[in-house]
Write a protein that binds this ligand. Structure first.
Ligand code: ASP
Length: 582
């Protein structure tokens, strides 16, 4: 070894030890007679010092040539510090150095290697290997490592087998675009990179593997947002001979195991909420339940009072913001502006303050007298100091808009604390979703999801009403995982493809292998996949998944460091039979 200790290791008990350390120069402080060097590695920082007159002159001269991020190797003796630093684990000691070797010089880094760096996103990505030297980024990846390890420990303990599925496959429809790879040996033909190993894990159930998991890279060619990457990792799982309840309890167990073993948090049992109730009470299929502020429907107490906005609306819905009666006119105008934004889409906002005497003062007092308003108070259980906010309009649109307003207010009130965690299962998702653009139904989860038997009779008459055996795990308003109980027989799977607009021919061409497999004794099965990067960022209290991925891509899907995507040579193109249009 080139060192006797790491830079995070030495303590007061090591005083007088002869040591050799290696690492990067974090900082140099030259006080003339005394010179200090902070030496850093993954484990921490140790302070080195040299003293004019006491240290060899040549050694001092070498030390004075050091710059930030030089790699050095030093020999020396650990001594007790005169002024200790209780903020550093090694702060009781320092190393009086007797020899110093510059192992490798460094250019001045383009940004500071500190917890709060001066580097912008693009620069940090271009020099990702330097960014990874910074504590917060390295700690995020260490958290990821721990999450992966604990995931394996938990699933192994339940007899899950990790199986690697292929990366060069045929497209699986998960609702996004595929990345494709041309086949040189089969001109004009392409592989697709998996959007998930969905069909393979189902085939493993047919094979009798019974319990499968994989920490697996998936690829989706979508427009990117802060929490999306074209390649991402899933904890992908499948189980045979189970009910939906078995899946929910097994994977609630995984999440609780992770909270316990990675964060030391005892998670309460995870409540179940139907998709219909999630929409009804939160206007979202991924409600943030760190705080209440549930929707209250007002139709029965507001209709017929000659207020056209309410009378003409399919639904009148409100929330009660605790303690917000003191909001100023300006703040209320800002909220009105917020709900009127095109992406929110409400036409206006009605409000009522609950005053000290418990009575409501509303923006529509003209239409509602004291008695009428007292019914609102009851509905919301409003207390003095509360603010009631009401939207009216078409049901779905109003629910969604109020859902956004609920989150907006919660952000303003600091109710979305990153160190607080609230998980829930959203269950009973609709099987199908109408797509306005294509004018047909799409599978809400994916086409392998089984419908609820009770709803099967609606498949022809009212397909949008059919519920699926599908579930999502939501934590703090983020969907961290989702899955379903699968179809495991050919006729139902064929019926599903037909409903989704596939001709028998197309279904056979794309998924014949799966339907064939279903004819050889397929067990009932189901599964789930967790977005691993997102789960890690949630555990790390971050908004973006980027720092939980060692080498992420930017919002245009580029890796700025290796500079890709990039063109390939004409020779490669010829080999692949690809003609690039300019
Ligand atoms: N393959 C699904 C997904 O990636 C998860 C599942 O159904 O297990 O969302």
């Amino acid at each position: 070894m080139l060192r006797t200790h790491t830079c995070g290791e030495l303590r007061i008990g090591d005083v007088n030890k002869q040591v050799t350390l290696t690492g990067w120069v974090q900082r140099l402080r030259d006080k003339g007679s005394l010179l200090w060097i902070d030496l850093r590695d993954r484990y921490g920082i140790t302070q080195l010092f040299l003293e004019e007159g006491k240290t060899d002159a040549l050694l001092l001269q070498t030390a004075r040539q050091l710059g930030r991020e030089f790699v050095v190797k030093v020999d020396g003796i650990a001594v007790e510090r005169l002024s200790k630093n209780d903020k550093m684990p090694t702060g009781d000691i320092e190393i009086k150095i007797s020899s110093l070797e510059i192992v490798n010089a460094s250019k001045t880094p383009p940004f500071t290697i500190e917890d709060n760096t001066d580097g912008g996103d693009e620069l940090r990505m271009k020099y990702r290997y330097l960014d990874l030297r910074r504590n917060p980024v390295r700690e995020s990846l260490q958290l990821r490592h721990k999450m992966a390890q604990q995931t394996r420990i938990y699933l192994d303990s339940l007899d899950f087998i990790e199986v690697e599925t292929p990366v060069l496959i045929k497209s699986t429809p998960e609702g996004a675009r595929d990345f494709v790879v041309p086949s040189r040996m089969n001109p004009g033909e392409f592989y697709a990179l998996p959007q998930s190993p969905q069909t393979f894990k189902q085939l493993l159930m047919v094979s009798g593997f019974d319990r499968y998991y994989q920490l697996v890279k998936c690829f989706r060619d979508e427009d990117l947002r802060a929490d999306r990457q074209p390649e991402f990792t899933q904890i992908d799982c499948e189980m045979a001979f189970i009910t939906q309840e078995d899946i929910l309890s097994t994977f609630e167990g995984l999440i609780r195991h992770l909270f316990k073993n990675v964060k030391g948090i005892d998670m309460p049992t995870v409540p179940h909420l139907s998709y219909a109730d999630a929409m009804k009470y939160y206007g979202s299929d991924k409600p943030d339940t760190r705080f209440e502020m549930k929707f209250v429907e007002l139709n029965e107490v507001v209709k017929g009072k000659a207020f056209p906005v309410f009378d003409n609306a399919a639904i009148v819905l409100g929330i009660c913001a605790k303690g917000c009666a003191s909001f100023t006119r300006k703040q209320l105008d800002e909220l009105t502006e917020f709900v009127r934004k095109p992406q929110i889409g409400a036409t206006g906002l009605i409000y009522a303050r609950c005053e000290a005497n418990g009575k409501l003062k509303s923006s529509v007092d003209k239409f509602f007298d004291e008695e009428a308003l007292s019914k609102w108070t009851l509905k919301f259980n409003a207390q003095p100091g509360d603010l009631i906010l009401i939207l009216a309009g078409p049901t779905e649109k109003t629910q969604k808009a109020l859902g956004e307003l609920r989150l907006h207010i919660a952000n303003q009130l600091g109710l979305r604390d990153k160190n607080k965690f609230s998980a829930l299962w959203v269950i009973d998702f609709p099987l199908l979703e109408w797509n306005e653009e294509t004018k047909r139904f799409h599978a809400m989860h994916h086409p392998f999801t089984s419908p609820k038997l009770d709803d099967l009779q609606l498949l022809d008459s009212d397909p949008g009403k059919v519920r699926a055996n599908a579930y999502d795990m939501v934590i703090n308003g983020t969907e961290v995982g989702g899955g379903s109980i699968r179809i495991h027989d050919r006729p139902t799977q064929q019926l599903m493809f037909t409903k989704l607009g596939f001709s028998e021919e197309e279904a056979k061409k794309q998924f014949g292998f799966l339907m064939d497999a279903f004819e050889f004794g397929a067990p009932p099965h189901g599964g789930i996949a967790f977005g691993f990067d997102r789960l890690c960022s949630l555990f790390g209290g971050a908004d973006s998944i980027r720092d939980f991925i060692a080498f992420p891509k930017n919002n245009s899907g580029r890796d700025l460091m290796i500079d890709t995507p990039s063109t390939i040579s004409q020779e490669q193109l010829n080999e692949l039979n690809i003609i690039v249009k300019n």
